[in-house]
Design a protein around this ligand. Structure first.
Ligand code: ZN
Length: 257
């Protein structure tokens, strides 16, 4: 195991990342890989807050933040990257300030916009891993399609009420895509938004943390069960379930139609 930092980590970085470097499968080589890593996080809300904070803390060198909203008071019970004094500010500005305070080594690129078919390709360009931390199916479908076509791994999570779910859409003809699992957007009754069903901040945060774990593994080229499985979390029951995802021949995105 490599226990000493490489020559190009400063003393400050060596201390900051010392517990990462001790990790099985990471070392200073892995830390250097994270420092060179480029991760895009779409949504600076409940999922994105946790994911962004942990990615910055871990030392990912370049983080892209996409969000077109301003911070509202009702966001603060779950969107822990924003503070009471941030209410009314643009979310990307507020999040960037928190991330810089946490880790000034992290280079940030902010996109104060809502993703649409016209801006999607340009925003995603240049990143290696994309995290879908959005709160709507329009964005989820757009990201799934763009990432599939661009050959980019996508870590997709969702949370509502006491529940959350997580999957990784890995490029590769044999792998199932997001649309294999969710062919069409479900009705608002089937999946009520947080404005109707509420959402526990810690549940969203748990899923955001898991997204960060998957993104860090992807940067190290580690395989994950989640490329072929769905992880479902029921916070009320205290239960995780790992469910197989099947590739659909008639899938609108990845099928052979
Ligand atoms: Zn598919």
């Amino acid at each position: 195991m490599q226990t000493k930092p490489g020559t190009d980590f400063s003393d400050e970085e060596s201390q900051r990342y010392s517990r990462n470097a001790l990790l099985d499968g990471v070392g200073w080589e892995g830390q250097a890989r994270w420092r060179a890593g480029k991760v895009l996080v779409v949504g600076a809300g409940g999922l994105g807050s946790a994911a962004l904070l942990y990615l910055a803390a871990a030392g990912v060198g370049r983080l892209g933040l996409v969000d077109g909203d301003a911070v509202e008071l009702s966001n603060l019970q779950r969107q822990i990257i924003h503070y009471s004094t941030d209410v009314g500010r643009r979310k990307v500005a507020s999040a960037a300030e928190s991330l810089t305070a946490l880790n000034p080594h992290c280079r940030l690129e902010t996109f104060d916009l809502r993703l649409d078919p016209d801006n999607l390709r340009e925003v995603v360009q240049g990143f290696e891993v994309v995290l879908d931390a959005s709160d709507n199916f329009v964005t989820r479908f757009l990201l799934a399609e763009q990432c599939w076509q661009a050959g980019l791994p996508l870590v997709s999570a969702a949370a509502t009420g006491w529940h959350g779910q997580l999957l990784v859409q890995m490029p590769g003809a044999a792998n199932p895509c997001y649309r294999c699992l969710v062919p069409e957007a479900p009705s608002a009754e089937a999946v009520p938004p947080s404005t109707q069903a509420g959402i526990l901040g810690a549940v969203a945060g748990a899923l955001g943390c898991l997204q960060a774990v998957e993104a860090l593994k992807l940067l190290l080229d580690r395989e994950t069960d989640l490329s072929r499985r769905l992880l479902a979390y029921d916070g009320l029951q205290g239960r995780f379930q790992s469910l197989e995802r099947v590739k659909r021949a008639d899938c609108l995105l990845c099928g052979k139609m």
